[in-house]
Design a protein around this ligand. Structure first.
Ligand SMILES: O=C(O)CCC(=O)C(=O)O
Ligand SMILES: [Fe+2]
Length: 345
């Protein structure tokens, strides 16, 4: 049964709707004629890359290039973060979403901003909503943090997230250098495009169980605005799918790995050699799921464009020079479009 009014689904968090949900609110139905979980795809063989070898092993560098050109994604192992610490990071996220609604609402985002706790930002009347609540925080540079949105409960939240982000920053640098070297480019050429002032953001995604997994999506199909996104998956519950050769394929959980995908900004600076993969998230009817995505960088205030030496007679420039701003990205994204299409020549 489908509820026709949509007032609740606009004002309540998904977690509140899920807790008292006998009817599926209309605004969450992505496409009535399509069953998302029907014929669930077999999990994909996403390549596993040993991050600790990227500076020393030409073979690992080659594997990275092949993974990113083929999948736009890889499972990063030996990334330098202890398994027990990853567990702590998952725990602060889960504990936050388990807090009473009133406590979480202290961190509620403003209506027209993404920063803070809340559900989808609604930009148009016909926008279909995702079955997820989020906690979205700018994490770097440190002076850009809006600390009023950083939860004080659990009490170690700020400290654990801060330490995690320091680790992710190192991984970001290693991966961006390796991606450049894999194309025989000077290793800093991608990093330099984004500069040190570009903001990086963390998004805790919480997906409550959903009784209508065939009609609803946790996150609708999209590609990330970032250069790379580092995703800490839920330990047990899968849901992420990538679009590969026009088929949706599941991204498996690899214990202790971080799932790294490239985003639109790497597609632009690599002149389309590395493709930012379209992905989506399915919901689960029985179990909740929590993930943490760190977008590195989410925005760049600098103009970015294809690296000069990648533009040749055989490989002409595919993208304009652009500033990948949040406004630019979100307007197109929330209407189901691909912002990168607007950057193509
Ligand atoms: O939760 C996931 O598995 C992926 C989330 C995602 O794609 C995102 O936050 O951009
Ligand atoms: Fe994403």
């Amino acid at each position: 049964m489908v509820e026709s009014g949509n007032h609740d689904s606009m004002n309540k968090q998904v977690q509140e709707i899920a807790a008292d949900c006998h009817q599926l609110p209309q605004r969450f139905i992505h496409k009535e004629d399509k069953e998302y979980n029907a014929g669930a795809s077999s999990p994909a063989e996403i390549p596993v890359i040993d991050v600790s070898l990227l500076t020393s092993s030409p073979l690992e560098l080659h594997k990275l290039k092949s993974a990113v050109t083929t999948w736009g994604c890889f499972q990063a192992i030996n990334h330098g973060i202890e398994s027990s610490f990853l567990e702590k990071v998952r725990e602060i996220g889960k504990l936050f979403f388990q807090l009473p609604a009133e406590e979480k609402k202290k961190y509620l985002r403003e209506e027209d901003d993404v920063e803070g706790y809340g559900n989808d930002m609604v930009l148009s009347d016909d926008q279909v909503l995702d079955w997820t609540d989020r906690l979205y925080l700018t994490v770097l540079p440190k002076d850009q943090r809006k600390i009023q949105f950083w939860p004080q409960k659990p009490t170690n939240f700020r400290e654990v997230l801060d330490e995690y982000i320091s680790n992710i920053e190192l991984i970001y640098e290693v991966v961006l250098k390796a991606l450049a070297r894999s194309l025989n480019l000077e290793e800093d050429c991608f990093l330099n495009q984004f500069g040190t002032t570009a903001t990086k953001s963390a998004r805790f995604n919480y997906y409550p169980p959903c009784p209508w997994p065939e009609k609803v999506l946790g996150v609708k199909p999209h590609a990330d605005s970032s250069a790379i996104t580092v995703l800490l998956q839920d330990k047990e519950v899968e849901g992420l799918q990538l679009l590969k050769d026009d088929q949706w394929v599941g991204v498996p959980i690899v214990p202790d790995a971080l799932t790294i995908n490239v985003g639109d900004q790497i597609e632009i600076v690599s002149n389309g050699i590395f493709k930012s993969p379209v992905h989506r998230v399915l919901v689960n009817s029985k179990k909740d799921r929590m993930t943490l995505a760190v977008f590195c960088p989410v925005l760049s205030d600098q103009v970015i464009g294809p690296v000069d030496s990648l533009i040749t007679d055989e490989t002409p420039r595919l993208y304009k020079n652009v500033t990948y701003s949040l406004d630019f990205f979100f307007k197109i994204y929330q209407q189901g479009g691909r912002p990168i299409d607007a950057c193509k020549i």
